[in-house]
Design a protein around this ligand. Structure first.
Ligand code: KIV
Length: 399
């Protein structure tokens, strides 16, 4: 008869395949191919952009801002090629990145951006207009009312083209009047914007100021509860990562960033820093922020093994399916071999987990538990320790 030794029980690694509906989930919006390309000397050809976009999709970023389609014929081609290729390459777990193109509020820009991204499974257009006094007065030469009218018309025009995922940015928000931001943001939400990105365009704000700006926007903008608030922090004072994280603590659930923090002038928030900060400190310091399961290296799945063949290999020698270990990057593996029990798991993995839970079953009982485990795994995505215990208890209590 099998006996349990509870003191040998171990916690399992967290495995949550898709947290996009989780209110704590922070979307990673990579703008290496747009803001990053604005880094002096970083111009990319459409071929290079496509290669990078494929890698970003392998990394599992949620949104790829592929370029500024009106900027040049080659940029239009790059965004279109990425939308058609990467934007349709659905991964085995159902993930496919949103493909986004940037646009000013002019109709021709909007139509060009939509034409470039619309072939993606999940297309987005990101439109922007400046809202700080200095930009409105000297750059745009528009009154605040004209700026609101332009922004609203742009969002409505995108809707009329068939675009339903619309991001709006009040450029230079970091130096804009908060009351004006609430007003323009409320109007674009009414017109149909779905993500409100708050750019600290000149890298002016300090982390506590940016956090407060984001939380005030959430609290004072009618309709803000139904949209995603995003950060876009430039690095002029070296604060882009700190400001982005502060923004997330203020309630932002999308962070715009670039690989190695490249971007206009001193650059943007660095994707690696943002992702690692949330992965390592998100749960304790940032109110439960979550970067998701897929990202390489830091995602919850990065060291989890589902397939029976892989699990068997991992139990024999970890080098069979891992080119690095979680310990290499300072993480602790919760389970000896990163095993996640599911429909692909084999007898060796189940038996190992049973052993960890303190059970040693004779061959005939193990066969029976394994058969019922497979039936259960066909109906249930992840098999928890509680499930395993229930299967064993059924077995040992049978006459
Ligand atoms: O820095 C900025 O303001 C931008 C916007 C277009 C988001 O890049």
């Amino acid at each position: 008869r099998a006996t349990a030794a509870p003191q040998q029980q171990r916690a399992r690694p967290e495995y949550v395949p898709n947290r996009i509906d989780d209110p704590d989930y922070v979307r990673i919006f990579d703008t290496t191919l747009r803001d990053g390309e604005q880094s002096p000397g970083a111009t990319l050809t459409s071929k290079e952009k496509l290669e990078i976009a494929k890698k970003l999709s392998q990394l599992g970023v949620d949104i790829i801002e592929a370029g500024f389609p009106i900027a040049s014929p080659d940029d239009f081609e790059a965004v279109r090629a990425i939308a058609m290729d990467v934007g349709n390459a659905v991964h085995d777990d159902g993930y496919v990145p949103v493909i986004c193109g940037l646009s000013r509020t002019r109709e021709k820009d909007l139509e060009t951006a939509w034409e470039a991204v619309r072939h993606a499974k999940l297309p987005r257009v990101h439109t922007f207009i400046a809202t700080s006094e200095i930009h409105m007065k000297y750059k745009l030469r528009m009154s605040p009312d004209q700026v609101i009218e332009n922004a609203v018309n742009a969002v409505k025009h995108l809707r009329s083209l068939g675009c339903s995922d619309i991001e709006f940015s009040p450029e230079d928000a970091g130096r804009s009047e908060p009351a004006f931001l609430y007003e323009i943001l409320a109007e674009v939400i009414k017109a149909g914007a779905t993500t409100l990105n708050i750019p600290d365009t000149t890298g002016w704000t300090l982390p506590h100021e940016f956090q407060s700006l984001i939380s005030k926007i959430k609290a004072n903008t009618p309709g803000a509860e139904g949209v995603i608030i995003s950060t876009h922090c430039q690095n002029d004072l070296g604060l882009s990562t700190a400001n982005s994280l502060a923004g997330a603590m203020g309630g932002a659930r999308q962070i715009e960033c670039t690989i190695n923090g490249i971007g206009e002038r001193a650059g943007n928030a660095s994707l690696e820093e943002v992702v690692m900060a949330i992965a390592l400190r998100g749960k304790d310091q940032m109110g439960g922020l979550w970067t998701g399961a897929r990202p390489a290296i830091v995602g919850a799945n990065a060291f989890a093994h589902e397939s029976g063949i892989h699990q068997d290999g991992m139990l024999k020698n970890r080098d069979t399916y891992e080119i690095m270990s979680p310990e290499t990057i300072g993480l602790q593996r919760v389970d000896a071999a990163g095993i996640v029990l599911g429909k692909h798991s084999g007898r060796n993995a189940l038996n190992t987990r049973l052993g960890q839970l303190g059970f040693q079953l004779p061959e005939d009982q193990l066969n029976d538990v394994f058969r019922r485990f497979k039936n259960l795994a066909d109906r249930k995505k992840n098999i928890s320790d509680e499930d395993v215990l229930a299967l064993v208890n059924d077995e040992v209590h049978q006459p």
